[in-house]
Design a binder for this molecule. Structure first.
Ligand SMILES: *Cc1c(COP(=O)(O)O)cnc(C)c1O
Length: 444
């Protein structure tokens, strides 16, 4: 079936207890056992069923099956946020002394997780010079356990060569983990191109309404964990924390997801609330048609910005002359995402003035809401990074990131038009030589 249909039906027909056709919210912590034997069978994973909602919940299960189906994976694990999904997904294959190779273009908090948090747990993260597969391969050694990229980098807007990265990872017997938050499975299914694990912040386009945090880890089911048992003994050797369970024996292709659930979700517990799973399911029902409108509106806004003399530059992968355009054709069916960055004339100060003048478009650090959103990374999401690291992440002092929503395109453009006028008027009044990036000044 097609994504539009999967988004409405996968993982649920009707409620077995009541025949409700909407997915019920199972707001419960625990599930009764028929008797001791039934309880034991559940704990031994001999029969299917739920025990405790930190580990699994029927509402969450529908969400997991639906997103797994949309991504073409075999199983998924829902968690409280996208950050949890990232942390669990990479930790599930890494141990102290081992390393992860990442592309440099990352969501700000993912960069913090990789550059600061994981090293404190003994895991090294190496950032490649670029997202080119050959730059990734240079850093791989015998202790490398995974390659990581965002399918569409945020906010750089780069598109990862997923097939190329997967080929490099697989040549070294390690999986490719992809954050597919910005693209969504409507535009791109990384597993179809060789990715092994896909994660999402469901908080963004998937939920789509800016109401609910959530994350998910999708297991592609194809990585041969047992074949690479020396590198990944945790999947094919008995797990002492789960009375000797062998994940590859018991769960077959879903071994990775099963371990993610029974080690990470069960013992560290960042579970998704079933109410949030319900809200995210409501959003996912319409994700395909929302993405159509996001993509269409983004093109109109990008064309407006390209033709406006108050704009210094625009980075929108939908344009033929964008370096990533061939990859938009290859991976996104020619449909560039609704995220774009551009520079207002006047550097940091021009960017701030434009940003402050917006009326309809919301000033937030979010993306993927139905509403149009704007972010000034140099003063917010990327503020903690030194300027050279900002530049590597695709952020200049003037950069504005837009996440174009599903309002009428004319109204979005009218707001941008008047904010550009405000930025230009203010800019003419100041001495241009004194406009400097505050984070650079702070360091000098
Ligand atoms: C927002 C986002 C995250 C983090 O998700 P949360 O749900 O906010 O924790 C991770 N990756 C990308 C690309 C994001 O946009």
């Amino acid at each position: 079936m097609h994504s539009e249909t999967i988004a409405l039906h996968a993982g649920f027909d009707m409620d077995p207890a009541t025949h409700a056709v909407a997915v019920p919210i199972y707001q419960t912590v625990a599930y009764g056992f028929d008797n001791a034997e039934h309880g034991a069978a559940l704990f031994n994973l001999e029969v299917e069923g739920h025990r405790y909602s930190r580990i699994s919940n029927p509402t969450n299960t529908v969400l997991e099956r639906r997103v797994a189906a949309l991504e073409g994976g075999v199983e998924a694990v829902s968690v409280s946020t996208g950050q949890t999904a990232l942390y669990y997904a990479v930790s599930n294959v890494l141990g102290p002394g081992q390393n992860l190779i990442s592309v440099p273009q990352l969501y700000g908090t993912t960069h913090s997780l990789f550059a600061h948090f994981l090293p404190n747990t003994g895991v090294q993260v190496r950032f490649a010079e670029s997202d080119h597969p050959s730059d990734i391969e240079k850093l791989i050694d015998r202790d490398t356990r995974a390659v990581f990229c965002e399918s569409v980098g945020n906010p750089a807007g780069n598109i990862a060569d997923i097939a190329g990265l997967a080929a490099v990872a697989h040549r070294h017997g390690i999986p490719l983990v992809v954050d597919n938050t910005v693209a969504t499975p409507i535009l791109l299914r990384p597993i179809d191109h060789g990715a092994d694990i896909v994660i999402h912040s469901l908080t963004k386009f998937m939920g789509g309404h800016g109401t609910t945090l959530g994350g998910i880890i999708v297991d592609g089911g194809k990585f041969p964990w047992a074949e690479h048992g020396e590198r990944f003994p945790m999947f094919s050797q008995p797990d002492p924390s789960y009375h000797g369970l062998v994940y590859t024996d018991h769960f077959g292709p879903a071994a990775y997801a099963a371990r993610c659930r029974s080690v990470y979700l069960r013992t560290t517990g960042a579970a998704l609330s079933p109410f949030n799973a319900f809200l995210l399911l409501q959003g996912i029902e319409t994700v395909a048609i929302r993405i159509d409108r996001h993509v269409e509106n983004a093109r109109r806004v990008a064309e407006f910005l390209r033709d406006d003399s108050r704009v210094e530059w625009i980075n929108y992968a939908g344009f033929e002359d964008n370096p990533y355009h061939p990859l938009v054709r290859k991976y996104l069916g020619g449909r560039a995402c609704s995220l774009m960055t551009f520079g207002v004339k006047g550097g940091f100060s021009g960017g701030v003035r434009f940003y402050d003048a917006l009326k309809l478009i919301k000033r937030v650090v979010n993306l993927g809401d139905s509403k149009s959103l704007a972010c000034h990374p140099a003063s917010t999401t990327h503020r903690q990074m030194p300027p050279d690291v900002q530049l590597k992440a695709g952020v200049t002092p003037a950069t504005i990131r837009l996440s174009i929503g599903i309002e009428h395109a004319d109204d979005i453009i009218a707001d941008i038009d008047h904010a550009l006028a405000a930025a230009a008027a203010a800019f003419d009044l100041v001495d241009k030589d004194h406009i400097r990036h505050p984070s650079i000044e702070g360091r000098q």
